[in-house]
Design a protein around this ligand. Sequence first.
Ligand code: SF4
Ligand code: SF4
Length: 89
Amino acid sequence: MAHGHVNIDQERFKGCALCTEACVPGVLVMAADRFNARGYRPATLLDPDGRCTGCGLCALTCPDVCLTVYRTVSAPAPAGGRLVQRPVA
Ligand code: SF4
Ligand code: SF4
């Protein structure tokens, strides 16, 4: 099972929303209540149920490299599970 977290550099945004369209579970959305210094609404991760899979599609889609995705994977191992956390995009 994989879970993701997205670090967002909001000041680089231009508000194109390509990343939100790429997010299959729909947990990356455009903020409705704030703007960055350039006057654009930033994307924000709205994921109270932990549905971000860490697929990295949002980061791959962003033309301005505003997003860094981390994925936590529970991998089965003979002695039990282990957690691996690494940037994926
Ligand atoms: S990593 Fe995947 S699931 Fe998570 S916010 Fe980005 S596109 Fe959505
Ligand atoms: S993170 Fe990138 S793709 Fe998403 S709205 Fe901002 S500039 Fe556009």
